[in-house]
Design a protein around this ligand. Sequence first.
Ligand SMILES: Cc1cc2nc3c(=O)[nH]c(=O)nc-3n(C[C@H](O)[C@H](O)[C@H](O)COP(=O)(O)OP(=O)(O)OC[C@H]3O[C@@H](n4cnc5c(N)ncnc54)[C@H](O)[C@@H]3O)c2cc1C
Length: 434
Amino acid sequence: MMAPSINAIIVGAGIGGLACAIAARRQGLNVTVLERAEKLTPVGAGIQIPPNAARIWAQYGLLDQLKEYSVVSKATVLRAWKDGELLCSRSVGEALNSDWPWLVIHRADYQRILAAEASRLGVDIKLRAEVQDIDFETTTVTLRNGEFISGDVIIGADGLWSTLRSRILGHDSPPRETGDLAYRGTFSLSALQALKDPAVDELCKQNIVTMWIGPESHAVLYPVRCGNEFNLVMTRPDDLPSDVKTEVGNLEQMKALFEGWDPVLTKVLTAFSSVLKWKMLHHDELSSWTRNNVALLGDACHPSLPYQAQGAAMAVEDGAIVATLLGLYQQSHSESLPTLTLPETLKLYESVQKARTTTLHLGSISNQHLYHLDDGPEQEERDRILKAADWKDKPDGESEPFIWIDVGYQKAVVGRDAIGDAKKKWYEVAKQRT
Ligand SMILES: Cc1cc2nc3c(=O)[nH]c(=O)nc-3n(C[C@H](O)[C@H](O)[C@H](O)COP(=O)(O)OP(=O)(O)OC[C@H]3O[C@@H](n4cnc5c(N)ncnc54)[C@H](O)[C@@H]3O)c2cc1C
């Protein structure tokens, strides 16, 4: 007799929650997503989809649709803050043998495509559904309007300020300040063309991610919306009061902060008509991502500095892994084969993914150091090493001084087969149990 489908409740319809919903429906689970917002409005502007996430979307048949609204980035380029001197260029295809593209996309397009796919597959997305509490014994959430919703499994994809994180840990656990803030915004290609600057025009023609790195700050520019818009993020030491997480940025103040930087960048800044200022937060590794039939994913359990463009990609990996394992759990139940319990399945997800997110979290912190060196001997040595990068595999036990140019590290980051790893781990454990 076929076992009934697992009822999965996913809290949060960000990139991670939607990825998990799509993956879980594809595994035949019944899926309800509870989102507190009235409508799905993405926070922030551009986002990078590195090859490890692109691979997952290819497996779920969404890569072509995502490509229609994005740009395939040919390389990520590091430049010196003052004069834009080229320090290093990392191309995914050639340097890292990746079979999957590196996309840059507008978050609104990304989230819209994922939400439409989730709905098409039969996911029930409930808006204005804020989860306020959870009962771990009955796998039930309480909404702000007093409604109770029960399931077989609950996935907390409720982001940086996760309610479910504090419930799982049993105490408040807010993210910590990183010391950095980011100015973020987009502008149209026509606004950049109106500047009539040949160097800016040249930059716009290249489908790349450009980064300028300098004392305590860096800037990242890339095209979105098929090159018709550009996304710019600029980091600075945080001067927002601790209770202010985001505010409208003052354009004149922002331009003054980047005075003296590469003239191409300062010219680009004049195209901004508005900008948002964000406090950058992160969290130390959690003692546990799960409790009973409840697990966390994405920023709810590993918010990191966005200095490797891997935050949302990790959330997508998490969603694909936990859904793959839940699908295998459901399948083994319906075939009456010896299997793991649901809490054990969720612990297996944690064991497949936690070491990786910890490595990437630490990688972001080490990139913060790499990007933000003050001018001086250490920066000169950094630039020398970056310029000498040869993109060759190193013998065992050897590595580059910076992960940014370490081929072994980068291949492991972008070459990750999350779904394959989840299946492998499941069959390993299942074999031990038979
Ligand atoms: C400046 C900056 C640049 C970045 N650039 C990149 C990049 O290029 N590439 C990349 O991969 N990552 C990037 N990131 C990181 C990335 O944005 C996050 O890691 C990612 O969006 C996390 O997704 P999530 O689904 O876990 O959380 P979120 O996107 O925060 O989604 C959480 C959802 O849960 C909902 N919610 C919260 N509480 C409740 C509740 N109690 N009940 C119901 N719903 C609730 C929220 O409304 C929200 O919709 C960047 C981050 C920053 C700050």
